[in-house]
Ligand binder design. Structure first.
Ligand SMILES: Nc1ncnc2c1ncn2[C@@H]1O[C@H](COP(=O)(O)OP(=O)(O)OP(=O)(O)O)[C@@H](O)[C@H]1O
Length: 290
């Protein structure tokens, strides 16, 4: 079966920024976290996937179809639940009125699921969109995205405006969602600790290029935090590091090829499991000392 989402050599040039021929693949039944620092190109990528922005070159396939295939557009949109950080609704309409406009566009709209979600999220149906808080707007987007039996959820920064309880409920929901092995989630977020818990794959983008797109467990096997005394850091040793931070007592760094580094340094340093935040930090900020 074709991957649910396939991005190949995708390029977009802005005046001061380029998305540089990025590629990654998401199969059915998995959650892929999309991480990267501010301005790395996450929203641009998601807009290109959703065909909200015109690519310069490359290919995006969703459910095996080109995302700009006009004949397949309705079918593709029907099977995607899209949650965008910014509100994409008419601000002057109420929740109920907005739903009335959106629902007919979806072949599989499920009013019962929508009403259950609105109730669970405590959303006031008669309030105008512009009167909703940021978190409430995200919850409304989520309710819409989850009410038409979507197979692929594409979410741009859905988590950061949510309170901890709703955030945790959303994470549980996403884990449950992919129990149906036909479904997948592509989610960008700055809260990498949430992805530590739920993601199967991580795609890391930095300055418009993909650093890696791999199973999460492989990433934690491959990279390791190393702590030790500064005097062991010669040029040969430094080659194994993605980044190093020195302090009064010694150094801390991120190594790739953990097993090789272990053979090289085993008695002299401590190895610790990194989290995604560590990996992002050393790739984007910690390179200074290498
Ligand atoms: N329409 C546009 N015209 C020109 N430049 C743009 C446009 N949209 C985005 N950019 C630039 O592209 C770069 C990537 O932006 P993008 O929003 O994709 O990053 P991001 O990874 O989503 O960042 P954040 O985490 O801050 O949301 C930025 O430098 C941004 O200024």
């Amino acid at each position: 079966m074709a991957p649910i989402l396939e991005v190949k050599n995708l390029r977009k040039n802005f005046k001061d920024f380029s998305l540089k021929d990025i590629s990654f693949t998401l199969d059915r039944g998995y959650i892929m976290g999309f991480i990267g620092p501010n301005g790395a190109g996450k929203t641009t990528t998601i807009k290109l996937i959703m065909n909200l922005l015109k690519k310069d070159s490359g290919e995006v396939k969703i459910f095996g179809y080109n995302n700009d295939d006009a004949d397949k557009e309705i079918e593709i949109k029907n099977k995607i639940g899209f949650v965008f950080g910014e509100s994409i609704f008419y601000e002057e309409l109420t929740v109920e009125e907005m739903k009335g406009i959106i629902a007919p566009f979806y072949k599989n709209w499920d009013e019962r699921v929508f009403n259950d979600l609105i109730r669970d999220f405590s959303l006031p149906k008669r309030k105008k969109i512009k009167e909703l808080s940021k978190g409430m707007k995200i919850k409304f987007s989520l309710a819409v995205a989850l009410s038409h039996n979507a197979e692929l959820l594409i979410m741009d920064e859905p988590i950061s405006g949510l309170d901890p309880i709703v955030r945790s409920e959303l994470l549980d929901f996403l884990s449950e969602f992919i129990q149906d092995e036909n479904k997948s989630v592509f989610i960008s977020t700055h809260i990498t600790s949430d992805l530590d818990k739920i993601a199967d794959y991580i795609t890391f983008i930095n300055d418009g290029s993909i650093v890696f797109s791999s199973p999460k467990d492989d990433i934690f096997e491959y990279y390791s935090i190393v702590k030790g005394p500064k005097d062991i850091l010669d040029e040969d040793i430094k080659k194994y590091f993605v980044g190093i931070r020195e302090n009064k007592f010694g150094f801390e760094g991120l190594v790739k090829e953990r097993e090789t580094a272990k053979i090289l340094l085993q008695d002299k340093v401590i190895f610790e499991r990194p989290c995604l935040e560590d990996i992002m930090f050393y790739f984007t900020r910690g390179k200074i000392n290498v």
